[in-house]
Design a protein around this ligand. Structure first.
Ligand code: HEM
Length: 254
């Protein structure tokens, strides 16, 4: 019933709202990038201070939302949002591509050397760069002609998503150890990974279709939502704070 309503009417509004959110990282970085293009003093240093905080966090949040599409379908049966999986994948790549481009060109104050040193001079930079490069085959094949051409191999290429996921966690572990943002990333990842375990997914799908174990499913969904939110909310707050500071061109320097 809820799935029907969502699929029929509200879906289109929801999809466009959720697509509009993808502009946020670009809007937040626009004033600093505009100032740098105009050659204003201090603009490059501002980008250097903002880029990883604003675009790294945005890329991760977009990735997380993309990974939420399939579990949401398993849990609710909704279909209206499935289109977002591809949109979010492409937007994640666009955000990560801007991140690595700005990192290579503006972070010389933090990572002196060549552009290559700025994207590969430390193990945590290598992990961030690899996370971004692994997105290239995913985004190139995120269309119907590529899917037809690759046939049954298409799914194997899409499994690179798991390598990206692991590499981002390595990037964050190398940066933060067992604290703060790494723990937030683990909290959002745990329910998304659990719902991908084939027996869990199959059990949930068949219980939902047969309308069985309603109470158990409701409790499990509430627990997973709580764990997910415990990681997602601090990350979104981080983006709001760092993003607002970047937008007014007074980035947080740490
Ligand atoms: C898929 C790609 C990537 C994701 C999802 C990602 C994610 C993140 C996140 C969530 C943070 C924490 C931000 C904060 O402290 O507010 C971060 C920090 C950082 N990232 Fe990435 N990142 C990616 C790619 C890159 C690349 C390509 C580079 C540079 C070559 C990079 C360099 C950094 C650096 C230096 C920090 C530390 C910033 C600081 O604490 O001041 N990242 N990244």
């Amino acid at each position: 019933m809820v799935a029907d309503l969502a699929d029929r009417g509200y879906g289109a509004i929801g999809v466009w709202f959720l697509r509009a959110l993808l502009l946020i990282p670009f809007v937040l970085m626009a004033p600093e990038v505009g100032s740098a293009i105009l050659g204003r003093p201090g603009a490059v240093a501002n980008i250097s201070a903002s880029v990883a905080d604003v675009l790294g966090t945005s890329t991760f949040l977009i990735f997380v939302l993309m990974l939420t599409v399939t579990p949401l379908r398993t849990i609710t049966g909704w279909r209206w949002h499935l289109i977002l999986r591809r949109d979010y994948g492409i937007a994640m790549f666009a955000t990560a591509a801007l991140d690595i481009t700005l990192a290579a060109t503006t972070t010389g104050d933090t990572f002196p050397g060549t552009p290559l040193t700025r994207v590969g001079g430390h193990s945590f930079l290598v992990a961030g760069t690899l996370s971004t490069l692994l997105l290239v085959p995913l985004v190139i094949t995120a269309n119907r002609p590529a899917q037809q051409w690759l046939g049954r191999h298409w799914k194997s290429v899409q499994r690179l998503t798991y390598a990206v996921w692991a590499m981002i966690l390595v990037h964050l572990f190398l940066l933060f150890g067992l604290t703060s943002i790494f723990l937030d990333a683990l909290a959002v990842s745990a329910p998304l990974a659990l719902m991908r375990v084939p027996p869990v997914r199959r059990w949930w799908d068949s219980a939902r279709r047969a309308d069985r174990h309603r109470a158990l499913r409701a409790v499990a969904a509430a627990v997973m939502l709580t764990v997910f939110a415990s990681g997602f909310v601090p990350l979104a707050r981080e983006l709001a704070e760092r993003g607002a500071a970047a937008f007014v061109q007074q980035p947080v320097r740490d």
